[in-house]
Design a protein. Structure first.
Length: 361
């Protein structure tokens, strides 16, 4: 689910290698500038049209750079906003662990966003890089068609709430909160799926249930891989002293941190539930096998005395039409065959009643 790229062993640090055309799209650049009273949206064609990172006009500038298919444009973006070459390398090599790195003129934040594709419903994991500076926020995504952050744009356009009244650090909080909250509907669907799987395993355990269970466990592992370091990221924003994060925004970051704790609690609970479902499946299969073996054992027990009886009468010892009394007189009885069947039936009925009394059936 998560895309991961890395440099070849021995490559010098901060080496930027162009991605294959099939791996990335050409960048789509958006620029929103706003304050409490106004909002202006720009659609720009090149990095040269973007504003300088001065923060002196009193407005917040949100710049979206979506698409990593143009290496020259990425380098120009780094030069315009003073991004370290190692930062550009982390941006280009997706699959970084969520983290925060402070620099003199900005904060570099890496987050992992998990969401469901609108078409087939499959889970998608994407790295989002945020550069927070004085008066501006730069967000970089790999997929230009991703509309997960559209609710934030709508909030800016409506002007409701706190987002237009606060600085770029609050916008950073809003983006991180959106990224983290996307895990809740995924976990809700996963919880319902685990409950349905539990019911199916109790009623009719099948080998296909194990494959489904392993898919769920893999999803939980990927969610944990994304949310666990993001919890540490939010905690660093809360407690580290930084000129780019103000005290009013830290109040909201506490709520975001609480969301990460709730998600981690759900992930751990579902992981324990999935482990219990695996044990439930093995127990159900074992109980079903024992039940089958018990029935087969009872059926075999019915035939043990019958096999003994027919084995004795199958010996056919006789001497001159039964003149010797120690031989088998039943061989010459007129109704011996019927009596034998009645006797064997009586033995089966007696054993059945005995098993029922002992509650073995």
């Amino acid at each position: 689910m998560f895309k991961s790229r890395y440099a070849l062993p021995g490559t010098p640090p901060a080496t930027l290698t162009a991605l294959a055309p099939t791996e990335a799209s050409l960048p789509v650049i958006r620029w929103l500038e706003y304050d409490a009273d106004s909002l202006t949206e720009h659609r720009v064609e090149s990095v040269a049209e973007l504003p300088a990172a001065t923060g002196g006009d009193g407005k917040v500038h949100w710049i979206e750079f979506n698409g990593l298919g143009d290496l020259d444009a990425l380098k120009a973006l780094g030069g315009k906003y003073g991004l370290h070459p190692l930062t550009l390398e982390d941006i280009l090599h997706a699959g970084q662990r969520p983290k925060i790195e402070p620099y003199d003129k900005h904060l570099f934040i890496v987050a992992l966003m998990i969401y469901r594709d609108g078409g087939d419903g499959r889970l998608i994991g994407e790295q989002i890089s945020l550069i927070l500076g004085k008066g501006f926020l730069l967000s970089i995504q790999e997929d230009p068609s991703c509309n997960v952050l559209e609710p934030i744009r709508q909030r800016l356009r409506s002007g409701k709430g706190w987002i237009r009244k606060m600085g770029p650090d609050y916008l950073t909080y809003a983006l991180l909160d959106t990224i983290i909250d996307h895990c809740f509907p995924i976990l809700e669907d996963l919880g319902e799926a685990l409950e349905d799987l539990e019911t199916e395993m109790l009623q009719r355990p099948r080998a296909a249930c194990i494959a489904t269970l392993h898919d769920y466990r893999r999803t939980l592992m990927q969610l944990r891989r994304a949310v666990w370091p993001e919890r540490d990221l939010i905690n660093s924003l809360l407690h580290d002293e930084s000129p780019f994060v103000t005290a009013p925004t830290k109040v909201f970051l506490r709520d975001c941190y609480d969301h990460t704790l709730r998600i981690m609690d759900l992930v751990e609970s579902y992981r324990e539930l999935s482990a219990g479902l695996l044990e439930l499946y093995l127990s159900s299969v074992s109980m079903r096998t024992n039940e089958i073996m018990r029935v087969l054992t009872v059926i075999s027990a019915f035939f043990i005395p019958l096999t003994f009886i027919v084995g004795v009468y199958g010996m056919n010892f006789d001497y001159k039409d039964g003149e010797q009394w120690l031989n088998m007189p039943e061989l010459h009885s007129r109704y011996g065959y019927v009596y034998l069947w009645l006797f064997m039936l009586a033995v089966v009925v007696a054993m059945y009643l005995f098993f029922r009394r002992k509650k073995w059936l």
